[in-house]
Design a protein around this ligand. Structure first.
Ligand code: ADE
Ligand code: ZN
Length: 347
């Protein structure tokens, strides 16, 4: 039998995958932003797509968030939210992404006078169409902006409850430092009481203590990012034993300078510690890559082979909220790909 060298790019493209950490507003590509702004008569500060892209030079989370919230101002009508979500799903369906659990930030829109229902109806309709067209299944996660007040988050939950059947979970995003999870305990208690699951961004820029608060006070099912957990070995042990997933976003972490270069990213260490690590794209229009590009970046810089890539893809389904039988189907498909790769098949 002829042995063919392993081609990570082809292998990654062929793996079924789930994406669990994706801000839909962070998929707004400059071309679509300009098109939607033009049809809505919204004036953008940047004169061209090129000028906007040149501004995507971030030095930390806040410098990114400032431009990300500005870009979202183009979105006004239900059709804008549909087009945004549909463009993301069209792309990732081609990347063999089979299931997505995506965030949206309603306060970014309601604070500008766009109704909660306008945003959620457009997003929901695109998710529905993508399942019909591509078989890509989905869940929607409502994120509270943590730089705003706990009262504002509670008011957003009031807006959301009439649409509860379209929402699987609540999450917490935006500026982490100085906005600890404990600030949102009451609203997360209420969300869980309403039957919603919970997740939270923690340990991206913030300390391990924020990860502990997210687990203990907000009762989260996953930690979004969580890369700073390694600073607290007892916390790593808890995450490992309880198999709490971490939704890691490699290209985001480089763009926002959480790590200086991909070769120094701790994803491989997290995996080797037995944690349920997943790979995700966060805000792909701003960080230079969708899901497959994130897998490729870590595979290349951290020398991940088929076994580790399959482990990451399996983790993505394990950490998702799809039925157990669907998880088993994806594990089986991934086992077959791994067996073929390790037997020297061509990719
Ligand atoms: N909102 C969009 N992307 C984010 C990130 N990486 N961290 C916190 N809030 C965000
Ligand atoms: Zn995020």
């Amino acid at each position: 039998m002829t042995s063919v060298t392993f081609n990570p790019e082809h292998f990654i493209a062929r793996m079924p995958k789930a994406e669990l950490h994706l801000h839909i507003e962070g998929t707004l590509e400059p071309e679509l932003m300009f098109e939607i702004a033009r049809r809505n008569g919204v004036a953008l500060r940047f004169k061209s797509v090129e000028a906007l892209r040149e501004a995507y030079n971030f030095h930390n989370l806040q410098s990114f968030l400032d431009i990300y919230y500005e870009g979202a101002q183009a979105l006004i009508h239900e059709q804008d939210f549909y087009d945004l979500t549909r463009a993301y799903l069209d792309r990732v369906a081609k990347q063999n992404v089979r299931h997505v659990e995506i965030f949206f930030d309603p306060q970014t829109h309601t604070d500008r006078g766009v109704k909660f229902e306008t945003a959620i109806k457009g997003i929901h309709r695109a998710l529905y169409d993508a399942e019909y067209l591509y078989g890509v299944t989905s869940h929607l996660i409502l994120c509270f902006l943590r730089h705003l007040s706990a009262d504002a988050a509670m008011k957003t939950l009031d807006d959301a409850l009439p649409f509860k059947q379209w929402i699987k979970a609540v999450g917490l995003d935006s500026s982490e430092m100085g906005n600890p999870p404990e600030k949102f305990k009451a609203v997360f208690d209420r969300a869980r009481h309403e039957g919603l699951l919970t997740v939270a961004h923690a340990g991206e820029e913030g300390p391990p203590e924020y990860i502990r608060q997210a687990l203990d006070l907000l009762k989260v099912r996953r930690i979004d990012h969580g890369v700073r957990c390694l600073e607290d070995p007892a916390l790593v042990e808890k995450l490992r034993q309880e198999r709490v997933p971490l939704t890691v976003c490699p290209l985001s972490n480089i763009k926002l300078r959480v790590f200086d270069r991909m070769e120094n990213h701790n994803l491989k260490t997290l995996l080797s510690q037995g944690l349920c690590v997943t790979v995700n794209s966060d805000d792909p229009a701003y960080f230079g890559g969708y899901l497959n590009e994130n897998y490729q970046a870590v595979s290349q810089s951290l020398y991940l082979g088929p076994v580790e890539l399959v482990q990451l893809a399996k983790n993505s389904f394990e950490a998702s909220w799809i039925p157990q039988a669907d998880k088993q189907r994806y594990y089986h498909e991934l086992d077959q790909l791994q067996a073929a790769a390790t037997a020297g098949a061509a990719y």
